[in-house]
Design a protein around this ligand. Structure first.
Ligand SMILES: Nc1ncnc2c1ncn2[C@@H]1O[C@H](COP(=O)(O)OP(=O)(O)OP(=O)(O)O)[C@@H](O)[C@H]1O
Length: 244
Protein backbone atom coordinates (compact mmCIF):
# COMPACT_ATOMS: atom_id res chain seq x y z
CA UNK A 1 0.00 0.00 0.00
CA UNK A 2 1.22 3.49 -0.84
CA UNK A 3 0.08 6.40 1.30
CA UNK A 4 0.78 10.03 0.48
CA UNK A 5 -0.29 12.88 2.73
CA UNK A 6 -0.10 16.59 1.93
CA UNK A 7 3.16 16.37 -0.03
CA UNK A 8 4.71 19.53 -1.46
CA UNK A 9 7.68 20.12 -3.72
CA UNK A 10 8.98 23.19 -5.48
CA UNK A 11 11.69 23.67 -8.11
CA UNK A 12 12.73 27.31 -7.78
CA UNK A 13 9.54 29.27 -8.34
CA UNK A 14 7.61 26.29 -9.75
CA UNK A 15 5.31 24.58 -7.25
CA UNK A 16 5.31 21.12 -8.78
CA UNK A 17 3.34 19.67 -5.85
CA UNK A 18 1.25 21.85 -3.61
CA UNK A 19 -0.56 19.32 -1.39
CA UNK A 20 -0.91 15.86 -2.87
CA UNK A 21 -2.71 13.21 -0.80
CA UNK A 22 -3.97 9.74 -1.73
CA UNK A 23 -3.90 6.05 -0.89
CA UNK A 24 -3.12 3.36 -3.49
CA UNK A 25 -4.24 -0.06 -2.29
CA UNK A 26 -2.84 -3.56 -2.83
CA UNK A 27 -4.59 -5.67 -5.45
CA UNK A 28 -5.63 -2.57 -7.36
CA UNK A 29 -4.47 -0.67 -10.41
CA UNK A 30 -4.68 3.02 -9.55
CA UNK A 31 -4.58 5.58 -12.36
CA UNK A 32 -2.79 8.87 -11.82
CA UNK A 33 -4.51 11.32 -14.14
CA UNK A 34 -3.60 14.95 -14.66
CA UNK A 35 -2.80 17.49 -17.36
CA UNK A 36 0.76 18.05 -18.59
CA UNK A 37 2.86 19.51 -15.80
CA UNK A 38 0.36 18.53 -13.07
CA UNK A 39 3.05 16.85 -10.98
CA UNK A 40 2.58 13.14 -11.77
CA UNK A 41 6.21 12.30 -12.59
CA UNK A 42 7.46 14.39 -9.68
CA UNK A 43 5.20 12.40 -7.37
CA UNK A 44 6.31 9.03 -8.76
CA UNK A 45 9.97 9.97 -8.44
CA UNK A 46 9.37 10.86 -4.79
CA UNK A 47 7.77 7.48 -4.12
CA UNK A 48 11.06 5.74 -4.97
CA UNK A 49 13.19 8.28 -3.12
CA UNK A 50 14.71 9.86 -6.24
CA UNK A 51 13.47 13.28 -5.20
CA UNK A 52 13.14 14.82 -1.75
CA UNK A 53 9.82 16.33 -0.77
CA UNK A 54 9.62 19.74 0.92
CA UNK A 55 6.90 18.65 3.33
CA UNK A 56 4.24 16.00 3.91
CA UNK A 57 4.51 12.26 4.50
CA UNK A 58 4.92 9.22 2.22
CA UNK A 59 4.75 5.55 3.22
CA UNK A 60 5.36 2.63 0.85
CA UNK A 61 4.31 -0.49 2.73
CA UNK A 62 4.93 1.58 5.85
CA UNK A 63 8.44 2.72 4.85
CA UNK A 64 9.35 6.34 4.13
CA UNK A 65 11.27 6.43 0.79
CA UNK A 66 12.93 9.69 1.84
CA UNK A 67 14.41 8.04 4.94
CA UNK A 68 15.05 4.50 3.61
CA UNK A 69 15.07 4.51 -0.21
CA UNK A 70 16.94 1.20 -0.53
CA UNK A 71 14.32 -0.78 1.37
CA UNK A 72 11.57 0.83 -0.68
CA UNK A 73 13.37 0.17 -3.99
CA UNK A 74 13.74 -3.53 -3.23
CA UNK A 75 9.97 -3.84 -3.36
CA UNK A 76 9.15 -1.39 -6.09
CA UNK A 77 9.38 -1.46 -9.88
CA UNK A 78 9.54 1.93 -11.60
CA UNK A 79 8.92 2.36 -15.31
CA UNK A 80 10.11 5.89 -16.04
CA UNK A 81 10.14 8.02 -19.17
CA UNK A 82 13.88 7.21 -19.42
CA UNK A 83 13.92 3.56 -20.49
CA UNK A 84 17.62 3.10 -19.75
CA UNK A 85 18.26 0.30 -22.26
CA UNK A 86 21.81 -0.68 -23.20
CA UNK A 87 22.13 -0.60 -26.99
CA UNK A 88 24.73 -3.37 -27.16
CA UNK A 89 22.86 -5.87 -25.00
CA UNK A 90 20.16 -8.21 -26.24
CA UNK A 91 16.87 -8.16 -24.37
CA UNK A 92 17.76 -11.46 -22.69
CA UNK A 93 21.19 -10.17 -21.60
CA UNK A 94 19.65 -6.95 -20.35
CA UNK A 95 17.02 -8.78 -18.29
CA UNK A 96 19.65 -11.15 -16.90
CA UNK A 97 21.75 -8.18 -15.85
CA UNK A 98 18.87 -6.57 -13.98
CA UNK A 99 17.95 -9.89 -12.41
CA UNK A 100 21.50 -10.13 -11.04
CA UNK A 101 21.37 -6.52 -9.81
CA UNK A 102 18.23 -7.49 -7.92
CA UNK A 103 20.08 -10.49 -6.46
CA UNK A 104 17.84 -13.08 -8.06
CA UNK A 105 19.12 -16.66 -8.35
CA UNK A 106 20.31 -17.70 -11.81
CA UNK A 107 17.53 -20.26 -12.33
CA UNK A 108 14.89 -17.87 -11.07
CA UNK A 109 16.13 -15.26 -13.55
CA UNK A 110 15.82 -17.66 -16.51
CA UNK A 111 12.38 -18.78 -15.42
CA UNK A 112 11.21 -15.23 -14.92
CA UNK A 113 12.61 -14.16 -18.31
CA UNK A 114 10.47 -16.89 -19.89
CA UNK A 115 7.42 -15.63 -17.98
CA UNK A 116 7.77 -11.94 -18.85
CA UNK A 117 8.60 -12.88 -22.45
CA UNK A 118 5.30 -14.73 -22.73
CA UNK A 119 3.37 -12.06 -20.81
CA UNK A 120 4.61 -9.16 -22.93
CA UNK A 121 5.07 -11.04 -26.23
CA UNK A 122 8.82 -10.35 -26.43
CA UNK A 123 9.74 -13.52 -28.37
CA UNK A 124 10.83 -11.73 -31.56
CA UNK A 125 13.16 -9.30 -29.78
CA UNK A 126 14.46 -11.51 -26.96
CA UNK A 127 17.78 -12.23 -28.67
CA UNK A 128 18.14 -8.94 -30.55
CA UNK A 129 20.32 -6.06 -29.39
CA UNK A 130 18.43 -2.95 -28.31
CA UNK A 131 20.13 -0.74 -30.91
CA UNK A 132 17.47 0.09 -33.48
CA UNK A 133 14.49 -0.95 -31.32
CA UNK A 134 11.29 0.97 -32.00
CA UNK A 135 9.64 3.05 -29.26
CA UNK A 136 7.10 0.28 -28.57
CA UNK A 137 9.82 -2.38 -28.38
CA UNK A 138 11.84 -0.22 -26.00
CA UNK A 139 8.94 0.33 -23.65
CA UNK A 140 8.10 -3.39 -23.60
CA UNK A 141 11.68 -4.30 -22.66
CA UNK A 142 11.73 -1.61 -19.98
CA UNK A 143 8.42 -2.93 -18.66
CA UNK A 144 9.81 -6.47 -18.61
CA UNK A 145 12.77 -5.23 -16.57
CA UNK A 146 10.37 -3.45 -14.19
CA UNK A 147 8.37 -6.65 -13.60
CA UNK A 148 11.30 -9.08 -13.53
CA UNK A 149 12.02 -9.20 -9.79
CA UNK A 150 8.32 -9.44 -8.91
CA UNK A 151 8.12 -6.19 -6.93
CA UNK A 152 5.02 -5.79 -4.75
CA UNK A 153 4.61 -2.16 -5.84
CA UNK A 154 4.70 -0.92 -9.42
CA UNK A 155 4.94 2.67 -10.62
CA UNK A 156 4.32 2.99 -14.35
CA UNK A 157 4.79 6.38 -15.98
CA UNK A 158 2.72 6.36 -19.18
CA UNK A 159 3.34 2.68 -20.02
CA UNK A 160 1.04 2.59 -23.06
CA UNK A 161 2.74 5.31 -25.08
CA UNK A 162 3.86 4.04 -28.47
CA UNK A 163 2.31 0.59 -28.05
CA UNK A 164 0.44 -1.05 -30.92
CA UNK A 165 -2.85 -2.87 -30.42
CA UNK A 166 -1.27 -6.23 -29.60
CA UNK A 167 1.21 -4.68 -27.17
CA UNK A 168 -1.54 -2.66 -25.52
CA UNK A 169 -3.40 -5.91 -24.95
CA UNK A 170 -0.24 -7.45 -23.52
CA UNK A 171 0.05 -4.50 -21.13
CA UNK A 172 -3.56 -5.02 -20.04
CA UNK A 173 -2.86 -8.70 -19.40
CA UNK A 174 0.19 -7.74 -17.35
CA UNK A 175 -1.85 -5.27 -15.28
CA UNK A 176 -4.55 -7.88 -14.67
CA UNK A 177 -1.90 -10.40 -13.55
CA UNK A 178 -0.37 -7.86 -11.15
CA UNK A 179 -3.78 -7.11 -9.68
CA UNK A 180 -4.50 -10.84 -9.25
CA UNK A 181 -1.13 -11.21 -7.49
CA UNK A 182 -2.17 -8.52 -4.98
CA UNK A 183 0.36 -5.92 -6.17
CA UNK A 184 -0.14 -2.21 -5.71
CA UNK A 185 0.09 -0.55 -9.13
CA UNK A 186 0.07 3.18 -9.85
CA UNK A 187 -0.11 4.09 -13.52
CA UNK A 188 0.27 7.67 -14.74
CA UNK A 189 -1.49 7.98 -18.07
CA UNK A 190 -3.27 10.34 -20.44
CA UNK A 191 -5.19 7.57 -22.16
CA UNK A 192 -8.76 7.42 -20.88
CA UNK A 193 -9.41 4.10 -22.58
CA UNK A 194 -6.64 2.51 -20.51
CA UNK A 195 -8.16 3.91 -17.33
CA UNK A 196 -11.58 2.54 -18.19
CA UNK A 197 -10.15 -0.83 -19.24
CA UNK A 198 -7.55 -1.46 -16.56
CA UNK A 199 -7.95 0.76 -13.50
CA UNK A 200 -9.89 0.15 -10.29
CA UNK A 201 -9.28 3.57 -8.79
CA UNK A 202 -8.38 7.00 -10.15
CA UNK A 203 -6.41 9.84 -8.58
CA UNK A 204 -6.92 13.18 -10.32
CA UNK A 205 -4.16 15.73 -9.91
CA UNK A 206 -4.09 19.32 -11.17
CA UNK A 207 -1.56 22.05 -10.46
CA UNK A 208 0.20 19.84 -7.94
CA UNK A 209 -2.92 19.18 -5.88
CA UNK A 210 -4.97 15.97 -5.81
CA UNK A 211 -8.47 17.12 -6.59
CA UNK A 212 -10.31 13.78 -6.49
CA UNK A 213 -9.91 10.04 -5.90
CA UNK A 214 -12.41 7.28 -6.58
CA UNK A 215 -13.51 4.58 -8.98
CA UNK A 216 -14.09 5.74 -12.57
CA UNK A 217 -17.82 5.30 -11.92
CA UNK A 218 -17.79 7.32 -8.68
CA UNK A 219 -15.95 10.20 -10.39
CA UNK A 220 -18.62 10.24 -13.10
CA UNK A 221 -21.39 10.17 -10.49
CA UNK A 222 -19.72 12.91 -8.45
CA UNK A 223 -19.52 15.23 -11.45
CA UNK A 224 -22.90 14.16 -12.85
CA UNK A 225 -21.21 13.37 -16.18
CA UNK A 226 -21.44 10.00 -17.95
CA UNK A 227 -18.06 9.99 -19.70
CA UNK A 228 -14.87 9.70 -17.65
CA UNK A 229 -13.03 12.03 -20.03
CA UNK A 230 -15.63 14.79 -19.53
CA UNK A 231 -15.68 14.16 -15.78
CA UNK A 232 -11.87 14.51 -15.72
CA UNK A 233 -12.05 17.79 -17.66
CA UNK A 234 -14.61 19.12 -15.19
CA UNK A 235 -12.50 18.08 -12.19
CA UNK A 236 -9.30 19.71 -13.45
CA UNK A 237 -11.01 22.65 -15.15
CA UNK A 238 -9.12 22.22 -18.47
CA UNK A 239 -9.04 19.85 -21.46
CA UNK A 240 -5.28 20.11 -21.84
CA UNK A 241 -3.20 16.95 -22.11
CA UNK A 242 -5.68 14.12 -22.52
CA UNK A 243 -6.18 11.59 -25.24
CA UNK A 244 -9.21 9.41 -25.87
N1 LIG B 1 13.85 19.13 -12.24
C1 LIG B 1 12.95 20.09 -12.45
N2 LIG B 1 13.34 21.39 -12.49
C2 LIG B 1 12.43 22.37 -12.68
N3 LIG B 1 11.12 22.16 -12.85
C3 LIG B 1 10.68 20.90 -12.83
C4 LIG B 1 11.58 19.80 -12.63
N4 LIG B 1 10.85 18.65 -12.65
C5 LIG B 1 9.56 19.01 -12.84
N5 LIG B 1 9.47 20.37 -12.95
C6 LIG B 1 8.23 21.14 -13.13
O1 LIG B 1 7.29 20.66 -12.19
C7 LIG B 1 5.99 20.61 -12.76
C8 LIG B 1 5.46 19.19 -12.68
O2 LIG B 1 6.20 18.39 -13.61
P1 LIG B 1 5.93 16.83 -13.79
O3 LIG B 1 6.96 16.31 -14.73
O4 LIG B 1 5.80 16.19 -12.47
O5 LIG B 1 4.49 16.84 -14.52
P2 LIG B 1 3.65 15.64 -15.16
O6 LIG B 1 2.31 15.67 -14.51
O7 LIG B 1 4.41 14.37 -15.08
O8 LIG B 1 3.54 16.13 -16.66
P3 LIG B 1 3.42 15.35 -18.08
O9 LIG B 1 2.02 14.82 -18.15
O10 LIG B 1 3.65 16.44 -19.06
O11 LIG B 1 4.47 14.28 -18.10
C9 LIG B 1 6.13 21.15 -14.19
O12 LIG B 1 5.82 22.52 -14.18
C10 LIG B 1 7.60 20.93 -14.49
O13 LIG B 1 8.06 21.84 -15.45
Amino acid sequence: MIEVHDVTKHFGKVHALAGASFTARDGQVTALLGPNGAGKTTLLRMLVGLLRRDSGTIAVDGVDPGADPLTVRRNIGFLTDQFGLYERLTTREYLRYFGQLNRMERRAIEQRIDEVTALLALEDILDRRAKGFSQGQRIKVALARTLLHRPRNLLLDEPSRGLDVMSTRALRRALAALRADGCCVIMATHVMQEVTNSCDDVIVIANGVTVAQGTPQSLCERTGIASLEDAFVKLVGTDEGISA
